[in-house]
Design a protein around this ligand. Structure first.
Ligand SMILES: *Cc1c(COP(=O)(O)O)cnc(C)c1O
Length: 643
């Protein structure tokens, strides 16, 4: 029996001539169609953007292609970029490459190249003939992927070892040093034949996009062409590539690395961006001034002098942290004062403050229902409600979004349950629409169910004075009104308002209240002061509402379908990568409008989510709408007819 023919499959994708992604495989002929399609799918779903050019090259390879054993892998755990560079320099010197400091200094030259810089290991003269390109190592693969015949589950780690192994077997090459150009990937390596592959866990600062490769050559000048030919043309299979190179004992973490790599591939990797400014309508993000359409600080209270001063004063008077849980030593006068102010603001008998809104939902739901009970939850409820339901042990009945007739039917079907709790967001956090509270309450009453409404995005936004849904509809209150101090109130913490009975019960039963340190007095005092400002200046709420209308009108004038009953304005896109690309294009223009995607919303329901503040000017909102329209053009979106 003869082996099947082998082919190399190489993919390279670019956008506006800039490299987006590239990969290559060597596989038997029968795996070529599958691998080709996987590589193309990978190119089309790269988080760097949708390519406008994909080159797929498929070439037959000899049967007896060169097989090389993998370099052995050793990991050097370093803490800082400086330490990593020092380790790299020492490794090069131990391999007989004397001018390590000068070599490190040549990195700047390699950053812009797609390939590597080829240097004479002793004179450091540059030897690669094409100054814009460098030398590329290609036609190589891990022998394992040949057996599996698949390109799935991209493994950056294995790809790096395959490359380093091939390079160190090229004639005349005596060493390599590599730093990734991924700003989030701080690991690099040094490789030589004797030392093997020396992984250095931190070799550059996080966020630094500069990376590159240097190959070091020792030999006659007339051998350089042969070395480059080997690197760029000779097909190589690397055998026995180790599965992982974590320090001893940490190998079990490799699953995490793979999962993250898959997130990255699918455009679902999350990152934190540092906003260098107090919250407000503008901020400096990753070094540039942006108009922020993304803050939950709807009424601009987080930097309001009276609010900030109250927090500072409380810190001086009561300390930075509370020092204990609420039921032990963590309750101070600011906690009590805030609970009174919240009950008064929401028009209930009592209130209870939690560390966060998330904890308030989880704590309240798990305390109220358990095994034998049924909780009825809108399918678009916030994750903290979902988690509370799951953790409670109660049967969970999820009803279609805002379909209260269906809630009615489901409640009727569960008459026998011990306790029934209907729970809903008041304003839905990713859609900006709101619950029909009067109908919700009357249905629940008909079936004798408890009611709980999450007013995280309703507090400070709905109702003439920002008291929420009851004020907005002019109706009664649910049994439990949950909210957060961290959105329109500009502080942090969560709360539950209700009857004295409900609040007493939760104080004794809500585990996230009982078993967690009380939030500090500064946040409590800030929230109380924010309630004071809100009461004194209801015009803020009115201004916010006016701004939402200006923004919606401006979007519609641009032909973009947009609707909202709150300060949250979703602009639906669908595809995750497109949403990311539009958001990135807006960021380029100086508008921070985040893309929201799975798991925050369903797969394929990605969107831009704009949040309006009372402090935005009309001009800013109109400009933002115009920029959104420009960045959306070219993507498929729901559009209304332009009047
Ligand atoms: C933000 C939010 C929460 C959580 O509040 P935090 O104080 O941020 O923990 C709960 N529910 C909804 C609907 C939210 O939007």
């Amino acid at each position: 029996m003869s082996d099947p023919a082998l082919y190399s499959v190489k993919m390279r994708a670019a956008r506006a001539s800039a490299h987006v992604s590239g990969a290559e495989k060597i596989v038997p002929s029968d795996a070529v169609p599958k691998v080709a399609s996987q590589l193309v799918a990978r190119a089309l779903s790269h988080p760097k953007g949708v390519p406008d050019f994909i080159n797929l090259k498929i070439e037959a390879q000899p049967h007896d292609l060169l097989r090389l054993p993998s370099l052995p892998v050793t990991t050097h755990v370093t803490q800082t970029a400086a330490e990593g560079r020092r380790v790299a320099a020492e490794l090069l010197e131990s391999a007989g490459i004397a001018r390590s400091a000068d070599i490190m200094a040549r990195f700047a030259e390699s950053h812009p190249l797609r390939g590597a810089l080829l240097l004479d290991a002793d004179t450091l003269e540059r030897l690669d003939p094409n100054a814009d390109r460098g030398v590329r190592a290609t036609y190589m693969d891990d022998a394992v992927s040949l057996e599996k015949g698949t390109a799935h589950g991209k493994n950056h780690y294995a790809e790096a070892i395959v490359l380093a192994t091939k390079v160190q077997h090229a004639p005349g090459i005596v060493g390599e040093i590599c730093v990734s150009d991924d700003p989030d990937y701080v690991t690099g390596y040094v490789a030589t034949r004797e030392l093997g592959y020396r992984r250095i866990t931190v070799i550059k600062e996080k966020g630094d996009p500069r990376g590159g490769r240097i190959f070091l050559y020792r030999g006659p000048r007339d051998g350089v062409a042969e070395t480059i030919r080997f690197l760029e043309r000779t097909p190589v299979l690397v055998t026995d590539v180790p599965v992982a190179a974590a320090p001893a004992g940490a190998n079990r973490l490799v699953g995490l690395e793979d999962e993250l790599a898959q997130c990255h591939e699918a455009g679902l990797l999350r990152k934190c961006h540092t906003l260098v400014a107090p919250t407000g309508p503008t901020a400096v993000v990753d070094g540039r001034e942006m108009l922020v359409l993304a803050s939950n600080d709807y009424l601009d209270l987080a930097r309001e002098p009276a609010v900030v001063e109250a927090a500072a004063e409380a810190a001086r008077r009561w300390g930075a942290g509370s020092g204990g849980s609420r039921l032990t030593t963590g309750t101070q006068p600011p906690h009590v004062a805030l609970e009174e102010a919240l009950a008064c603001f929401k028009g209930t008998e009592a209130a209870l403050v939690f560390g966060t809104g998330y904890m308030a939902n989880v704590g309240a739901i798990t305390a109220l229902v358990r095994k034998g009970d049924v909780v009825f939850s809108d399918e678009l409820n916030h994750a903290s409600i979902i988690d509370g339901c799951r953790l409670s042990g109660a049967e969970i009945v999820v009803y279609p979004h805002n379909d209260l007739d269906e809630l009615d039917r489901r409640l009727a079907l569960h008459r026998a349950a011990r306790r029934r709790l209907a729970v809903s967001d008041g304003v839905f956090s990713m859609d900006g629409d709101c619950l029909d509270l009067p109908k919700f309450l009357s249905i629940a009453q008909k079936h004798d169910a408890f009611t709980m409404v999450d007013e995280a995005h309703a507090t400070g936004v709905l109702g003439r004075t920002g008291r929420g849904l009851s004020e907005h509809f002019g109706c009664a209150r649910p049994d439990i009104l949950m909210g957060t101090l961290s959105k329109a109130l500009g502080a942090e913490g969560g709360f539950v308002c209700g009857s004295r009975l409900v609040v007493d019960y939760l104080r004794n039963r809500a585990r996230s209240f009982i078993f967690s340190t009380a939030p500090g007095a500064p946040a409590m005092a800030a929230a109380t002061a924010a309630l004071g400002v809100l009461a004194a200046e209801p015009g803020r709420v009115e201004r916010l509402r006016g701004n939402v209308k200006v923004f919606l009108d401006a979007l519609r004038a641009q032909g973009i379908a947009a609707q909202s009953e709150s300060a949250i304005v979703p602009i639906r896109i669908g595809d995750e990568k497109t949403a990311l690309a539009v958001s990135a294009a807006l960021a380029e223009k100086g508008f921070l409008v985040p893309a929201i995607r799975y798991p925050t919303v369903a797969r394929g329901a990605a969107r831009l989510r704009a949040a309006v503040m009372s402090a935005h000017t009309h001009e800013q909102l109109v400009e933002a709408a115009a920029a959104i329209a420009v960045c959306l053009s070219g993507c498929t979106v729901e559009r209304t007819a332009v009047e």
